[in-house]
Design a protein around this ligand. Sequence first.
Ligand code: CA
Ligand code: CA
Ligand code: CA
Ligand code: CA
Ligand code: CA
Length: 344
Amino acid sequence: MRMLPFAALLLAGCATTSAPVAVEAPTVAATAETDPVDTAADAADDPAIWRNAGDPAKSLVIGTDKKAGIHVYSLAGKRLSFTPAARLNNVDLRDLGAKSGGRVIAAASDRADIATAHVSLFTLDTAAAKLVPLGRFPVGPGEAYGMCLWTRASDHALFGFVVLKDGRIDQVAIDLSGASPKVTTVRSMKLGTQSEGCVVDDRTGQLYVAEEDVGLWRFDADPSASVTATVIAKVDGKTLVADAEGLALAPSGRNGGYLVASSQGDNAYTLYRLPGVTYAGRFRIGGGAIDGTSDTDGIELILGNFGPAYPQGLFAAQDGDNAPATQNFKYVSWAGVKRALKLR
Ligand code: CA
Ligand code: CA
Ligand code: CA
Ligand code: CA
Ligand code: CA
């Protein structure tokens, strides 16, 4: 009881400390939105984008419904196909290029079995705009949560990173040379608390992971490299507001460009300039004929020409509130983001 006055003083001190104020963010209007997912409540989760270089208007967007399956949408947002799956959370894709016959592989973190993380692989049939399942492959113990892919520059080997809900990151080698894929866990890394969003920069072989309440980390993606991460940005309540969720990249040159993070706690997206990872600005999606985004989980950004509405690239973001309809994904012009933030 003798401690009480001192404790009370401490509490009073805490009460008068003002919370950090998020840095203002201009709004950029969504150009299109996808058809809503079939499942009510929190269901849409994470997008991936395939740019059709030969016919940009026929590019495709993949989006997960974490309670039902996985969608393929057109650039107009129309649902072109749906592949049922119990519990896919995040999805990423890689175009394996001309040598593979233009094969496009999508990989999703699969938590249908919460005791054993799996990765679900698909071929994206780009002509039919449909995902063809290649199988579900066990990765390691725990609940699969985040997922991103990496094509190693030196030998074009394909790797996946499955982020487990407890912050462990299992790296898998994905061998597609045989009749059926071989998925082998090659190493594990660990962050302290719940993590999900991740992205790999194929130019530099650097893996970025978002630890939701803490900040952004960088690992060397190579399986022979150190498992120690470098903190590159903190959840500070000003530029990045918890949860730190989806990550995406706007590569420029050898190692420049931007890393983008979903600042879920204040419905914004934060840009960091590469390679040094310095804060470069933030924006929100809104202010147009289409409703804005809030509570965003997954994001994706692919640069390049996607036609007149997206001359420099397409940014896609999950929208947590698309009332009166169910959740969906919003599309934004990357040129519009750069204009709003006065970026070159
Ligand atoms: Ca959500
Ligand atoms: Ca994704
Ligand atoms: Ca999350
Ligand atoms: Ca909305
Ligand atoms: Ca809407």
